[in-house]
Design a protein. Structure first.
Lengths: 339, 331
């Protein structure tokens, strides 16, 4: 079966300052050019099957949102391939992307910033569909808009209102209705519940899972919250400093995390049952700058197990079976793993 | 039995706006013992931050403390004039806020900001003040503290800035720390470092703390006691394990069930239906009744008082959740 989405060796770099003058610094009386390239995503590969939920987790600056935005082609990829249902769209311009956007839609984090405050809800939800169908089918679009609003739990009679008349949770429902309007197979959701209160968060997560079953959706779900990810994802990818360090099916990742960073992340995540915690591992220090990546393994500066090999050789993602892949030299030398 | 360090009695803090009076805190009472850590939890609009600000005397118009007492070590903070409060803030009550960038002055060095606290609140000379600042920075895990005193806030990362804020809060050895969402802006591995640090500092100094947060999981790992607020009122309060393991109020129960729990995953989360009502226009009786699965006719007539429950906690509910329904099973 063709995957809904396939990403191969995705790279994304950003030049921080464009001008030459901005980059000149003086060191010891000599002019030098400062390195201002942010290595946001460094060779990330994964695939999502139809109806599958893949979650990308990691801390701020790990590149998870950049991956999402690059796939949605908000950014131009610096390198690598993006295939939507087998079609390579990595080099498509805006015009050629238009039909592809009927297969792939996005839900954003901030329900206050992602809806045009001067547009009525009806027009917000209808816009992607009008782009696809053309203005001649306005009546059909209007009917579908009303159906979608009631499906996501909003009163279609309120379609003439503006976004500010709705609460955060309701606005996120509007964003979901807009994404569903073109009947996509893939929805990219970038932290869709992190701005919401827990009771509203639960409502939106339930809605997203119901819609997955009803419309046969696949999700690329970006989140920093491991308990949310555990609830919604079939498979989880853990990112650090623009690298994928581990991927595994949800239960396997939680039961036997292999990468030291995954273990630290699971151990650090607060739970309402702290007495049940199995992994105890505390990280020291902070994430290095993506302006100058460490040599070798991206995690070695904070890894309690790191040895000389980790500074020299960058570990590749290796298949351990059972759907789990890990990028860590500990796999070769398990005797160094003291936990 | 020892006397409580802080005793809040029937606190009412209202905001008089053009659109009506917002009773953000409306009759909140609780006690905090010396050395005790209490979590003040609830969703947006619950009034948890306003309780913290009221204790600190930081309520500005249109807000006003309309009534009640805030007894701190025998003095009623609600009655004290501003200059007396200023001597208490920073010295006896320390503060840690959510955003470490806005709670530090961007145009002053860390050292100057730390020194100011000691100049105002202690009689130490310059040399002793500097030594105390260095000692404090080191104890929050900032290395090369002597050099770092000359640095500005923007030269620190978010996690480091929050460490500095905690160091400043602890400088004058306060007896009470009020921390309002201290780790909400931080990443999870940094959050875990900061929480461990705060717990250690509090224990070492024998101080008490009120941790204001929306995150029940953080509370579960940090506090001795929980007070849950809903629409400006205490709906449940008690020892942390009792409240989380056998919540008596349906709102607490709903909050806990809303959090996905990796230890036992359910196909659907038990969501609380509806949204928080408009606080300017609360329903009669119990504020939660319109969202409550257990509500009956009585709930619309009479507001439930806080009453003792089996687990040792208190809850304000006419029909509390029975003990047999433990967390994680469907309601």
């Amino acid at each position: 079966m063709t995957p809904m989405l396939e990403v191969e060796g995705l790279e994304q770099r950003f030049q921080l300052s464009k001008g030459l003058l901005d980059r000149i610094t003086f060191k010891g009386g000599r002019p030098r050019l400062r390195n201002t390239i942010v290595h946001a995503v460094n060779g990330v590969s994964f695939a999502i099957a139809p109806r599958e939920v893949l979650a990308l987790v990691g801390e701020s600056g790990c590149g998870k949102s950049t991956v999402a935005k690059t796939i949605a082609r908000i950014y131009e990829p610096t390198g690598g391939r993006i295939r939507i249902e087998g079609e390579d769209v990595s080099a498509y311009g805006p015009r050629r992307m238009l039909p592809v956007r009927a297969k792939m839609q996005m839900i954003f984090q901030d329900p206050f910033a992602s809806l045009n405050p001067r547009q009525k809800v009806r027009d917000i939800v209808a816009e992607p569909l009008l782009q696809q169908l053309g203005p001649s089918r306005r009546a059909e679009v209007r009917e579908r808009t009303a159906a979608l609003l009631s499906r996501v739990g909003l009163n279609p009679e309120q379609a003439g209102r503006y976004p500010h008349q709705f609460s955060g949770g309701q606005r996120q429902r509007i964003g979901i209705a807009r994404a569903l309007s073109v009947n996509p197979g893939l929805i990219i959701a970038d932290e869709p519940v992190s701005a919401l209160d827990v009771s509203i968060q639960a409502q939106i997560l339930n809605l997203m899972l119901d819609l997955r079953d009803e419309f046969g959706l696949a999700y690329l779900f970006i989140s920093h919250d491991l308990s949310v990810v555990h609830h919604i994802a079939d498979r989880i990818g853990v990112m650090y400093l623009g690298f994928m360090v581990e991927t595994a099916p949800r239960d396997r990742l939680f039961a036997m995390p292999r990468h030291p960073y995954t273990r630290a992340l699971l151990s650090a995540a607060p739970t309402i049952e702290p007495q049940r915690k199995t992994v105890e591992m505390e990280l020291t220090g902070e994430v290095p700058s993506a302006l100058s990546l460490p040599s070798g393994c991206c995690f070695r500066t904070r890894c309690p197990f790191a040895w000389d090999r980790c500074a020299i050789e960058r570990p590749a993602l290796r298949d351990l079976g059972g759907g789990q892949s890990v990028a860590c030299h500990l796999i070769d030398e398990p005797q160094r793993d003291r936990m | 039995m020892t006397a409580p360090l802080l005793s809040v009695r029937d606190l009412r803090t209202w905001f008089h706006t053009f659109a009506g009076t917002v009773k953000a805190v409306n009759g909140v009472s609780f006690d905090l013992m010396p050395g005790e850590v209490m979590g003040l939890v609830g969703e947006s609009g619950g009034g948890k931050s306003v309780v913290g600000f009221s204790i600190l005397g930081l309520i500005d118009p249109p807000g006003r403390i309309e009534g009640g007492q805030i007894l701190f070590d025998g003095r009623d903070l609600a009655q004290l004039p501003e200059d007396a409060l200023r001597r208490i803030r920073g010295r006896e009550i320390g503060m840690v806020f959510q955003d470490p960038m806005t709670s530090l002055n961007p145009v002053q060095t860390i050292g100057r900001q730390m020194d100011e606290v000691l100049r105002l609140h202690t009689r130490l000379d310059a040399r002793a003040r500097r030594a105390r600042c260095i000692e404090m920075l080191e104890s929050v895990g900032i290395s090369q503290a002597g050099d770092r005193l000359r640095a500005y806030p923007h030269q620190f990362s978010g996690g480091m800035r929050q460490r500095v804020v905690i160091a400043i809060a602890m400088l004058a050895r306060p007896r009470l720390i009020i921390a309002d969402e201290p780790t909400t802006a931080l990443d999870v591995t940094i959050q875990s470092q900061i929480l461990k640090l705060m717990r250690r500092q509090i224990a070492e100094e024998g101080a008490s703390m009120i941790l204001v947060t929306h995150d029940l999981a953080v509370v579960a790992e940090m506090v001795d006691k929980i007070t849950v607020l809903y629409c400006g009122k205490v709906v449940e309060t008690g020892p942390v394990r009792e409240v989380i393991d056998t919540p008596a109020h349906p709102y607490t129960r709903g909050l806990i069930d809303s959090i996905p729990n990796p230890a036992h995953r359910l196909p659907r989360l038990n969501q609380i239906p509806g949204t928080v009502p408009d606080v300017r226009n609360l329903p009669a009786g119990c504020s939660f009744r319109e969202r409550c699965p257990r509500a009956q006719a009585l709930c619309a007539e009479k507001e439930p008082p806080l009453t003792p429950q089996r687990g040792g906690q208190h809850a304000a509910c006419h029909f509390p959740v029975p003990a047999t329904q433990t967390t994680g099973e469907p309601a």
